[in-house]
Write a protein that binds this ligand. Structure first.
Ligand code: GDP
Length: 480
């Protein structure tokens, strides 16, 4: 256990130079970034009149995210929506269009700021929060970091183009996260728009829209002509009602960072989405490995606000460093505690970065023991194969393996080589990737190495099924 002089000084709120002087008096010539061991640190701390409490990992994180709320304290909150879909199908246009409709609806303040998320209103006045960074990467990387942010995915499909590879990817990501999908069939203004084809295409991915007798809400829109945006907002509201989204606003705030940057004038700026509680100016918070005292909160209209409740995105000023998108934040009761947790996480982060070189892997074996610990009963898998027939055969065979206690869950089954996107999905879900008669490309291999995702290759279905079967029974065949 070691600590840098800088960190020790920070934690005691003393000047590093005073620490160095003390060490010098004891015959140690050290610089600000040098490390000292825990005993020396304790000595110095005592010397400076601090009481030392060595904290264990559990101490630091424990209680940070508070107890579950009493159901009696929960009140309805707006849904949080992410827009996903194939490139050029109109995600950005739709986000912009929905944002502008909102301004037309008479909100004071005019044009909204881009802060990474914004709120819009349905014609009947219900609030909806949109994550303003379209795309799967944002969605999945947040999920990979344990942050469940999105309640509903709006899947944009261009009516003149139909279901495309990234549409399928988006479906898989939303499914893996257990988030309901609403289909927005976009570009309906185009003469070659064919919404019927979109509906039929989606059937192949087990999305049955309402007009075909299914349960998935669908809306035909045109982001360009601002057509049916009200209907889309209403559909989102309807879906949200089914989900009965609630949160307790009367508690210290917790939530997630959706965007962060270092602003020249304002310093580190993080856009956070409050998930429960209410964030207020003056609150002390820990945000990933950073901490700060909230100097100002700025909403999506660019206005300063005093507080932000559940599902409300705000920019936070006053952090000591720039957090990362996907970091969780929590309000704590003192600056000392905030500093301690942040310092601890900084250290962990460095250790992780160091360990990454060594390569931690989600092997089937590890996965099973993790699943056991969590009491989970599913083995998440991403399956890629050379032909559709193989994909179906594999999924069918894996289905048959399932028992009441444990089952394989294929998050995504597709034709083609293993790509980086497969790895992202697997990493976010703690899944293993199975390649049947296909290989991973270079980017995928690098990503798998980086994220510690196991890729297993097979060319005989029997072997594949057998391995999964053994994994299920906890008796794993030696890693290939
Ligand atoms: P993204 O890549 O999914 O974010 O797609 P964009 O929003 O950037 O849109 C891609 C292109 O499609 C742009 O040239 C848009 O102007 C165009 N586009 C988006 N929505 C519509 C629409 O409803 N109708 C028509 N005709 N074009 C659209």
């Amino acid at each position: 256990e070691t600590i840098t002089i800088q960190e020790l000084a920070n934690r005691m709120a003393e000047r590093a130079v005073d620490v160095i002087k003390l060490l010098m008096q004891q015959g140690q010539m050290l610089k600000i970034n040098d490390v000292i061991d825990a005993d020396t640190a304790e000595l110095i701390a005592n010397e400076l009149g601090h009481t030392v409490k060595r904290v264990s990992e559990a101490d630091v994180e424990e209680g940070l995210y508070g107890e579950p709320d009493d159901p009696a304290d929960l009140v309805p909150r707006p849904p949080v929506v992410t827009i996903m879909g194939h490139v050029d199908h109109g995600k950005t246009s739709l986000l912009d269009a929905l944002r502008e409709t909102n301004v037309v609806a008479g909100e004071a303040g005019g044009i909204t700021q881009h802060i990474g998320a914004y709120q819009a209103r349905t014609p009947s006045g219900d609030v909806i929060t949109f994550i303003d960074t379209p795309g799967h990467a944002a969605f999945t990387s947040m999920r990979a970091r344990g942050a469940k942010v999105t309640d509903i995915v709006v899947l944009v499909v261009a009516a003149d183009d139909g279901v495309m590879p990234q549409t399928v990817e988006a479906i898989n990501h939303a499914r893996a996260a257990n988030v309901p999908i609403i289909v927005a069939i976009n570009k309906m203004d185009k003469p070659d728009a064919d919404p019927g084809r979109v509906r039929n295409d989606l059937l192949r991915y087990e999305i049955v829209v309402e007009s075909l007798g299914g349960e998935t809400l669908e809306v035909e829109v045109s982001a360009l002509k601002r057509m049916n945006l009200d209907k889309l907002l209403e559909a989102i509201h309807l879906q949200a009602e089914v989900l009965e989204l609630k949160a307790n606003p009367n508690r210290p705030a917790e939530g997630v960072v959706v965007e962060a940057k270092l602003d020249r004038g304002r310093g580190p700026v993080g856009t956070v989405l409050v998930q429960r509680g209410t964030l207020k100016v003056g609150d002390v918070l820990v945000c990933g490995a950073e901490w700060g005292k909230v100097r100002a909160l700025i909403d999506d209209k660019g206005d300063n606000v005093d507080s932000a409740g559940p599902a409300t995105p705000v920019e936070v000023l006053g952090l000591d460093g720039t957090p990362e998108a996907g970091d969780r934040f929590a309000v704590v009761d003192s600056e000392a505690r905030a500093r301690e947790i942040a310092a601890y996480r900084q250290r962990k982060k460095r250790e992780r970065q160091h360990a990454r070189g060594v390569g931690a892997k989600t092997s089937l074996e590890q996965m099973m023991s993790q699943l056991k610990e969590q009491g989970r009963k599913e083995i998440p898998l991403v399956v890629k194969a050379d032909v559709q027939g193989s994909v179906e055969a594999i999924i069918g065979a894996l289905d048959k393996l399932g028992t009441d206690e444990v089952a394989a869950r294929v998050l995504s089954g597709g034709v083609g080589g293993i790509t980086e996107s497969d790895v992202t999905l697997a990493a976010a879900s703690g899944a293993v990737i199975i390649g049947f008669n296909v290989r991973a490309n270079r980017q995928a291999r690098e990503a798998a190495e980086r994220d510690g995702v196991e890729i297993r290759y097979y060319n005989i279905i029997y072997n594949l099924v057998d391995d999964v079967k053994q994994a299920m029974s906890g008796l794993l065949a030696p890693t290939l």
